[in-house]
Structure formats: structure tokens, C-alpha cells
Design a protein around this ligand. Sequence first.
Ligand SMILES: Cc1cc2nc3c(=O)[nH]c(=O)nc-3n(C[C@H](O)[C@H](O)[C@H](O)COP(=O)(O)OP(=O)(O)OC[C@H]3O[C@@H](n4cnc5c(N)ncnc54)[C@H](O)[C@@H]3O)c2cc1C
Length: 426
Amino acid sequence: AARARIGDLLDIGVRFDRADGALDLGREGAHSRNRVVHAGGDATGAEIQRALTEYARGHELIELYERHYLVDLLVREKICYGALVYDEKRQRLRVFWAGAVVLATGGASRIFRHNTNPEVATGDGMAAAYRAGADLMDMEFVQFHPTVFRQPGGDPFLISERLRGEGAILLNHREERFMPRYHERGELAPRDVVTRAILAEMRQSGAPCVYIDARHIPAERLRNRFPKITGTLAGHGLDITRDLIPVTPAAHYFMGGVRTDLCGRTSIEGLYACGEVACTGVHGANRLASNSLLEGLVFAGRVVASTRGRLERRRPPRFCCDKLLPPAGCDAAALRRALQDTMDGGAGPVRTPAGLAGVLAFCGDWEWLRRHAAATPAEMEVRNMLEVGHLVAEAAMSRTESRGAHYRVDFPSPQVRWRKHIIFRC
Ligand SMILES: Cc1cc2nc3c(=O)[nH]c(=O)nc-3n(C[C@H](O)[C@H](O)[C@H](O)COP(=O)(O)OP(=O)(O)OC[C@H]3O[C@@H](n4cnc5c(N)ncnc54)[C@H](O)[C@@H]3O)c2cc1C
């Protein structure tokens, strides 16, 4: 299926990088061979998005609604009839009835202050599906990317693992290489291992970061293969061919989400999910680098196949949701920051019962907002973040073991009795 979907992307004009005419394959963390197609050196996602957006805009059967925000799913007795959506431009709610609703709202790493994600990754689809009664699974498994460049006040910027795949190494504040002490794969160990090693080095030294060293890689190769990284760092006054690059871990990817089967069907009839909002199970407890875009593409294709011939609209029952409630009267921006700091402190890559209890207490204090039907868009978003944060902490507290991206200081190894999923249903 993956090969066919890559073929689809080539057909609609995605310009993947090539070497001697064939697709050029890169290698990332925990890969045993080169297997990653890429575009524009290190701008694969942007190139795929460009081509798909152009294709969708030009397709006569696709209508695009910009700045329309999913508020809630219209579900009655385990059947999804459509979605309640807020039109931000006209500032009013709209109802979309549909034979099939596909959630593709992405992940939720914005619930952490230190994250790599776009602003929209606030878990809206997960929270809406949960409120509608869909199953959510594996919420404790949040992947932290080990090497994120962060300048005070600036946006975090991910330094791709492909750079380490090209031979870049990690140094601590004494400029000593440390990864071989932690794992036989060194800098290309699984992401959770590299993340914890970096945090251990930072804790031992009190230093605020570790460093990526790519100075031994020919400058020409760095500039050709990593134009985005070299360009962005240059904008911050750093030359990757000569300077050490300061990095720290940050929240990056949700393995958990709306539980689906292998066709993208959720536990609600007529509701499908694909991409990071979904939990198909294929990433296990620790996604392998580069598998997310591929999973999104493969499962999008499967969703289309499983909705084919099933798009007749059902007669909807009556829903009472025709206006926004008065604002809840909270400072949404301040609440968002407080939640993010609480998540960083209590539910990050290294978890303790006390830290998780702190997150649960924080989210518990805002239970009334989580139950509030609808308010301003900013409140809707923070309400969703609280819901997702609460589920992450509850699952992480329940899972008394360490597995994949979930690491508990008090239970540092995997347990046979925990070879199972935690599933939430509202
Ligand atoms: C910096 C970075 C680098 C990455 N590199 C790689 C990589 O090299 N390879 C790889 O496989 N993966 C990579 N990933 C992960 C991968 O990019 C994401 O998992 C993937 O893009 C998720 O795709 P998606 O379509 O599910 O969600 P997104 O691409 O996040 O799209 C979600 C869409 O839903 C919209 N949306 C959200 N909420 C609402 C709402 N309430 N109402 C309406 N619309 C809404 C958003 O505006 C957005 O348009 C990377 C991620 C980051 C952050």
C-alpha cells in the first residue's frame, strides 16, 4: 500500500529528491537501512502539502472551507450524522450533515510548552471524538523529539534525525560525545532513548542543552542535503558547518488518538479517522521516524475505500446546538500556558506519580470548562487541550511500567501484564 500511495504522490506532482534517477532514500533513528523518501532535502512535509493543496484546489468535486473550525461531532446512538463547525470569518456556527465524517485534525503536542508542532495541533479532533463517545487509545504514548533547536522567544525548530543519519553527533556541555555510553546505536538509538540520555546529561551538568556537531561533514553536503536547517540556523547567526547547535527534547508526536480499525473506521458508525488524530496501532508505543506521513497517506486511502458506496445521508435526529453559549469567562491564553507548563513538568519524557498527580489535579480543577458545551474559539481550543492532557496523564498514571515513549521512574521496565492497550470512552 505504501508504494502505491508514494506512486499517487508522484502522479500529482510531488517532487521527491532523486539520486541517479532513482528515489534517494535517507536513514533516521532506529532504522536498519536507508528507507525514507524525502523532498527539497529536508522539506518533505511542505512539498507534499504544496502538491496536495494544489490538487485539491483544482479538483471539481472538492469544496474547500477555509477558517472553519470543528466544534463537535453530531452523534446519536453511536451513529455520526455530521459536524458542528464554527465559521471564524462570519463568526457563526454551521452544521454540516454527512454520510461519512473523516477526522484528519492532526496531533496534540501543543498541550506541552516545549513542542515542535504547528499552532493547530491542539487535539481538537481527539477531544471532539471523545465527547461524542468514540474510543481513544494509547494516550500515554507521546513521542518526544530529542533534538529541537530553541532560542529564547523564538519558535522551536526541529533538527531532523537525518542529520544524525548523515553522521552528526551529540556532545554534552564538556563537548564530549555521550550517546555511545547509552546505546549501541549511538546517536541513531530510538528517540525515547536519545531523549532520556540528553535529559540525563543536562540534569547531571545543570546545562540547559546539549549540542549537535556536524562540523566534520563536508559543508557542501550539509548545504545540499539540509537547506532548510542550514538556512534557518543561519537566520539565528549559526553556521552548521562551523558551530555547535544547541538542542533539547520537545513533544513531537501522538501515537495515541481516536481508535480505528485497519480501514480507518472508529467505534462510531459513519466516523473515520486518519493521520495523527487516529490511533491505528501501527506505531505501537514508539513511532519509527518518518512513518507518520506514510501512515496518514495509507490510511487516507483505506478510509476512501471503506466509505465508497456508503455515502448516503441518513435522516438526522434533532440536535440542540444552534448557538454558542456565553463565554466561560476564563483567560484562555493564560490557562493554555499554565496547562502547557503543567504538562511539561508532570507528563514529559520522564514521568513520576507525583508529577502525573499534579497534571490530574490541574485538569480536575478545570473540569467545569471541559464540560462546558461551547464558548469562544480560544476557549474551545483550551478546553480540548485540557481534555487531552487529562487523558494523557490518566493513562500514564495507570500504566505502571515503561514501554516505548512512556517512561515511569518508579517502573523503569516493560511488564508482561501490561501488554495491552488503555482505551477511554466518555
Ligand atoms: C517539525 C515536524 C517535522 C516532522 N517530520 C516528519 C517526517 O519527516 N516524516 C514523518 O513521517 N512525519 C514527520 N512529522 C510528523 C508529521 O508531520 C505529522 O504527524 C503529520 O503531518 C500529521 O498529519 P495530519 O494530516 O494528521 O495532521 P496535520 O498535518 O497537522 O493537519 C491537521 C489539519 O487539521 C486542521 N485542524 C486542526 N484542528 C481543527 C479544527 N478544530 N477544525 C478544523 N480543522 C482543524 C489543521 O489546521 C490542519 O490543517 C513531523 C512533524 C513535525 C511537527
